[in-house]
Design a protein around this ligand. Sequence first.
Ligand SMILES: NC(=O)c1ccc[n+]([C@@H]2O[C@H](COP(=O)([O-])OP(=O)(O)OC[C@H]3O[C@@H](n4cnc5c(N)ncnc54)[C@H](O)[C@@H]3O)[C@@H](O)[C@H]2O)c1
Length: 256
Amino acid sequence: MSHDLSDKVILVTGGARGLGEAYARGIVENHGRVVIGDILDEDGRAAADALGDSARYVHLDVTNAESWRDAVEFTVNEFGKLNGLVNNAGVSASGQTVADESLETFQRIIQINLVSVHMGMHTAIPSIRAAGGGSIVNISSAAGLMGMALTSGYGAAKWGVRGLSKIAAVELGRDKIRVNSVHPGMVLTPMTAPTGISLEEGAFPNNPFQRVGRAEELVGAVTYLLSDDSSYTTGAELAVDGGWTAGPSIEYISGQ
Ligand SMILES: NC(=O)c1ccc[n+]([C@@H]2O[C@H](COP(=O)([O-])OP(=O)(O)OC[C@H]3O[C@@H](n4cnc5c(N)ncnc54)[C@H](O)[C@@H]3O)[C@@H](O)[C@H]2O)c1
């Protein structure tokens, strides 16, 4: 799982905990430098401190344009340039149906999980361009690859992230900026822990492995897409979901 990121400076949103923290660690382990942007200042600072001098923390509310400008400026001031962006920050689904989810909730989730991705790319592109190109990884979800019940605003946002990634990819090829989306399945993090999921095999019958994923199992996909190992890959969607979106398992089909 080694993808050389030496000489690359990456901004990771929502990197104070969960998957974002794992991506930030993966970037440093692959010799890159990372700026963690989050609203959880204490956790974010602790996460950056734990990674040493190749990491920084900046307060970043991904729904706020000024906050985005400050974070990109901070990154360039601290590390001299910006080569990549991981749009990872997000909030979970409401767990309500389209019929039940209020417009207010729907719009709040769309704002944090989708509009933020536009804002992030919009703000970071000039700096990535100035660095001679780079890589943007937008974190969607298995819920952005299929119609998942009880995800309403969340699923709509994640489908939007997938589409927006392809649009940016076809627009930015000439700038040597690659844009891809990653689609995690069910992974144990502070976001999903309250649902009571466990890492035990058999505990998650929805995918062929019949288990949920660990955050570390997502990292290689992101470091690969950030690195030059994926120099010919743009506009792609990478499912890292234990086969969940590939289709129903034998056990499911045979009713076992
Ligand atoms: N865990 C899963 O099973 C799973 C599955 C599919 C997709 N994802 C996606 O992966 C990403 C990370 O999920 P996670 O499980 O690590 O969640 P998490 O809740 O553990 O972490 C999310 C991070 O985003 C930050 N964040 C939330 N709102 C923000 C804002 N306005 N500005 C800046 N930061 C903000 C939080 O403070 C937190 O640090 C999310 O986009 C999520 O939708 C997760």
